[in-house]
Design a protein. Sequence first.
Length: 105
Amino acid sequence: MASFFSRLFGRNSGDPTPPAKVQEESEAYNDLLLVATPIKEGSQYRLSGRIEKQEGDRLLSRRFIRADLFTSQDDTVAAAFRKARQIVDQTGPSLFSDGADDRQV
């Protein structure tokens, strides 16, 4: 009975298995690479992705994970690309201005 309530209210039952990532998809946008990285959670997919920029021999990357859940992997990928384009359009050049290799936005 306790494990039922643990699952119901989101408590970890001691299972160290992280959520499964699914196939990544990418597209070019404004000299950047947008990568959709949906995370499978049960029968749903969490919106997740990366925005990458090649600067010389360095690859700069910005990761994002959102609370949005979708029932279809294709819908999640489409939403991840929309969110990545929105982040790029709203943030502009300052997205990579700190020069850090990897950071979450």
